[in-house]
Unconditional design. Structure first.
Length: 109
């Protein structure tokens, strides 16, 4: 079951949810048909639950939102962008294992 601490966002609320967030943000560009996206979803849920109040984890469906993925040059999914202070500080393309995901977000926690 998906975590209530992982929120779906869209192009319209991207600025408020990500760029203006006081917390660091992990943005997962995803799609319902994407196998690797489904594989990483439980790890993102676990990360959001374990770090509540330290990092915001959000997802954006690339099939329903075109502007934001295009703005960040998303060509393959899952693409994970890590934001701090409204700026992209790191990026990963493809599904990650738990240890790699922890190492990816560690610098902003």
């Amino acid at each position: 079951m998906a975590s209530p601490n992982v929120k779906m966002i869209n192009d319209a609320d991207f600025k408020a949810q990500v760029l203006e967030s006081e917390l660091p943000v992990l943005l997962d560009f995803t799609a319902v048909w994407c196998g690797p996206c489904k594989a990483i979803a439980p790890l993102l849920d676990e990360l959001a639950d374990a770090n509540l109040g330290k990092i915001k984890v959000v997802k954006m469906d690339i099939d329903q939102n075109g502007a934001t993925p295009q703005q960040f040059g998303v060509q393959s999914i899952p693409t994970l962008l890590l934001f701090k202070g409204g700026k992209v500080v790191d990026k990963r393309v493809g599904s990650l294992q738990k240890a790699a995901l922890a190492a990816f977000v560690g610098p902003v926690l």
